[in-house]
Design a binder for this molecule. Sequence first.
Ligand SMILES: [Fe+2]
Ligand SMILES: [Fe+2]
Length: 249
Amino acid sequence: MKLYAISDIHTDFIENWNLIKQIGNYHHDALIVAGDISDNLDVIKKTLDLLQNKFKYVFYTPGNHELWTRDYHHNSLHKLDTIINLCNNRGVITKPHKFKAHWIIPLFSWYHCKIPLNKNNIIQEWTDYHLCQWPLLQMDLAEYFGSLNEQYLINYENSVISFSHFLPTAKLLPDPKYLKFKKLPDVSVSTVLAAQIKLIGSQIHIFGHSHINYDILIDDVRYIQNALRYPRERKENLVNLKFVLEIDE
Ligand SMILES: [Fe+2]
Ligand SMILES: [Fe+2]
């Protein structure tokens, strides 16, 4: 079985939806979707159903867009639960899964930011600050999302492939002088995630969010991003699934 990866498919853009629809049948293979499908629950459901029909296994963790609450009447954590439930109802995998010699481990994550946010501190152009709604928590969001993984932080004997939406390190971003959005490093990285990737002995980690594709080895971990991105960010209107590795079931 082949394992493929993609992130940031943003299928609320019709161009992206059409590209995902055009993916052929991979009925013997698995796909990791590392967050940012849409903020609209109907689009999320429709996209997961489409992918479930094309792949034998679909692995998924929500990104920040999924937790925007503009069409949702509860807070972002409630929405996270709703999305995990709709995954469970469809057989989309959001928990660790064991194959013969490999584990695939989804890791919930958020970037570090302090809440409640002072209006003077928010990055005005960053939509999460306007559209996410958080209950009062005793810890920062990176810590809180990290705590959701606690039960899965064990020493896995087999080879481990993990994935998250956010980045475990700013080393997975170019120098800010090359970034269009200079504050991207401030809304992308979780050191909690970095510690967890190390703890579970991950050899390959797939991530998304920055829309900047990577396949790079840092401290013996292979980090991969394969973001479809927004239509305006692509030169070609093509979807490339990133082949990660061959896995025995
Ligand atoms: Fe994205
Ligand atoms: Fe994102």
